[in-house]
Design a protein around this ligand. Structure first.
Ligand SMILES: [Zn+2]
Length: 393
């Protein structure tokens, strides 16, 4: 694939090579072919005889013939722990959401939009007034990390207590700005494990609510944007996703997060996006073993879940009590890809976003007992006030 990509990316360098086996370039063992060429026989590189398409335009038909079908509806009602609905303002909006939830098998959405104070009360009131959706949306509340300094923790804890009294079932989603960019009142960077934040984490433990935190971004965003980078296309499409020298490293952010989780063992932390280690299950497994108060959420990393179906199935079975379904971006047409990966043993099917992944996905075929935990039982365990939807046994 790497060589194929090189070919796709360097069309200008391609030169016709007549003469069959005789053409091309010889390389030494362990060397790579020059740009624009691929290894057609051991240590023999050749260029295509036609101009190669770019990675944007190369869209080969999937020729694997399969009787399997997409999975439009989850097998068991799901709690979306990582919901980002538009602000809930009207019954009509809830009517539309209800149709979408029902069509895809979503039982309950946890809105992770950091809504606090009067805005939280207003949205809770709209949900509570709806005859059928009143039990199908709950809210996480936000923590303002502005001006952390003397007096900040007391104010933050008081707001948290008020928001929980108003119906919030957790904290989050704490965004990646914590660690990457948020400054303290004194102008220095606010580290994720700054002890000034501990009173808030401890309040969450006392209030028996989980803290949902998104730290950093895929590690490739810190790597050189060259043709070895798995996220080349994404980084080329979205230049603001690159992290240069002015930012803390991926590893530093991960270590700050882990120290914070370890220092607050009575607080339940849900780490978004499988901590960006869905492509490094040995490391993620060590984290799970070292931090029993940590759960992971699966949003927006389906491309890593579905490309290693056997190792991932083993991981889900081993840590079945500590994995939560969550989707992130609210696009109803994308949820069925998650159901298909979790529920089936389908091979080699398309993912919905090329710039995340130039590869295909495979089903990980979770047993029903594990599916129920990932879809709703684990969420209900850590948020006991969330109502059960129909079918959540
Ligand atoms: Zn999110």
């Amino acid at each position: 694939m790497r060589l194929l990509l090189a070919l796709l990316i360097f069309p200008a360098l391609l030169v016709a090579q007549p003469g069959g086996q005789q053409g091309g370039v010889t390389i030494q063992a362990g060397e790579e072919c020059p740009p624009g060429m691929t290894e057609v026989r051991p240590r023999n590189c050749r260029a295509p005889t036609m101009p190669a398409p770019s990675i944007l335009d190369y869209r080969p038909r999937n020729t694997v013939v399969s009787a399997d079908q997409p999975v439009p509806r989850a097998k068991f009602p799901a709690v979306d722990f990582h919901g980002h609905p538009a602000p809930i303002r009207s019954a009509e909006q809830l009517d539309a959401l209800q149709r979408e939830f029902d069509a895809m098998g979503l039982g309950v959405m946890i809105a992770a939009n950091n809504v606090s104070g009067d805005a939280l009360k207003a949205q809770v009131a709209v949900v509570q007034a709806h005859p059928t959706m009143r039990n199908r949306i709950r809210f996480l509340t936000g923590i303002s990390f502005a001006n952390v300094g003397p007096g900040w923790a007391e104010r933050a804890v008081a707001q948290l207590e008020a928001d929980v009294a108003a119906g919030a079932v957790g904290v989050g989603e704490i965004g990646k700005g914590l660690g990457l960019s948020t400054r303290k009142a004194d102008g220095t960077r606010l580290a994720i494990d700054d002890p000034a934040l501990d009173p808030v984490w401890q309040a969450a433990a006392r209030l028996k609510i989980p803290v949902f935190i998104h730290t950093a971004d895929p590690a490739e965003f810190w790597q050189p944007i060259d043709y070895k980078n798995e996220r080349w296309l994404e980084l080329a499409l979205f230049p603001n996703r690159r992290y240069g020298e002015e930012f803390p490293s991926f590893e530093q952010l991960a270590q700050e997060r882990d120290r914070m989780i370890k220092r607050n063992p009575n607080t339940t932390f849900v780490v978004a996006h499988m901590a960006w280690y869905a492509n490094d299950l040995p490391r993620l497994s060590r984290m799970m073993d070292e931090m029993p108060n940590m759960l992971v959420e699966v949003g927006a990393v389906l491309y890593d879940i579905g490309r290693q179906p056997r190792a991932m199935r083993d991981f889900f079975v081993k840590y079945q009590d500590r994995i939560l379904f969550g989707k992130d971006s609210y696009q109803p047409e994308e949820y069925p890809y998650y159901w298909r990966v979790f529920e089936t043993r389908d091979d080699y099917f398309d993912y919905y976003r090329d710039y995340h992944a130039f590869w295909k996905l495979y089903g990980i075929d979770l047993p029903d007992a594990v599916l129920r935990k990932v879809y709703y039982q684990n969420a209900l365990r850590i948020m006991p006030t969330v109502p059960r939807a129909a079918g959540m046994q």
